[in-house]
Design a protein around this ligand. Sequence first.
Ligand code: CMP
Length: 409
Amino acid sequence: MRALRRHSPKARLARARHRAYEILEQAVPGDRLASAAHAFIIAWIVASVASVVLESVPRLRAGYEPIFVAVEFCSALVFTVEYALRLWASAEHPALRHLPHWRARLRHALTPAGVIDLLAILPFYLAYFVAADFRVLVVFRLLRFLKLMRYSPGMRSLTEAIYAERRALAACLVILGSLVITTAAVMHLAEADAQPDKFGTIPDAMWWAVITLATVGYGDVVPITPLGKLIAAVTALMGLVMLALPVGIVATAFAEVIHRREFVVTWGMIARVPLFSDLSAEEVAAVMRLLRSKTAQPGEVIVSRGEVGHSMYFIAGGQVEIETQHGKRHLLGEGQFFGEIAILRNARRTATIRAVVRSQLLVLDAADLRKLMDNRPDIAARIRQIASDRAAQAEAAPGNLSEHPFHDV
Ligand SMILES: Nc1ncnc2c1ncn2[C@@H]1O[C@@H]2COP(=O)(O)O[C@H]2[C@H]1O
């Protein structure tokens, strides 16, 4: 009966949807089909953008029009299938799984990535099925380039850095805006009589202010009175300082994010840790902010017995080997965690842990673990239970370990 249910069309469809989600949205190392699918989509993004750019050269368009049409047709087809599959599979996203499928898909369609995917195919259908001259659609076709953001961890880190510094950046924008208005008003007062056509109104002078503060200085509008020149000099210097400020803020935050994370922690990775499976979408988002990522190379010692512990680790991918004080070895794999005993007991590490294969680890610092345990007593209880089982096994007489395999988390 159960086997029948497992092979029912509905179950098969659900499995296919989950596989589509894994292929399109989860970067599981070693998933060859997913890597091939990503490479295929990236190749079509590049080909389609290159084709739009080259098509704008009249000589090339005249000579190779059939090729451009074919590339546009095929890329639109690829992106349409990709969009439809992503929409269909979005019901598998851990954050949306609790929603009715139609709502999960709507939520996915409204995410920035969903909107970009739609904009990438819309020009094709508008151009072919609506008889009008949509020259502006070329810009939308070029937006396909943004689809690459999904495949660039660096881009995600940059977005994260900008988001983290959004308040500081907004403050810079406010200061910059007020500088534009103030310098334009002062310049209007100083130059309006000498050059009424260029500084006659504050909005006229604002063009000069923006170009000067941005340190571009086209030179189409320049002050001619001594006072105007003095104001221009001060404005140009303020522009230098003001533009350096947001650049510095973003650069510092970006460097910090890159330094903190060797790879971007995704929903998919958190979803692979059973301990977090009961968390709500907001809680997962909160945990994601606490976790750092770390890649351990094969043979690398991650934790050494006897040292002081500052963090615990979740295995998002790969496998590690535990060597206890009795020399017994045991393997832990994806979804399991280690390094909790030293933190919970404020003691030294009870075992040495080595990566067996290249492993992706999520690192949670001691203070954040305590915070998480305070907020979620159920998670705290499970961690404590597993820690005390492990500690009991580690302290047991030599030879006991292999007979009592470690609990899966
Ligand atoms: N017997 C065991 N079974 C499973 N894991 C263990 C065992 N002994 C130690 N560990 C893990 O290895 C880790 C080493 O560092 P900690 O002592 O902080 O936390 C330890 C546990 O997470």
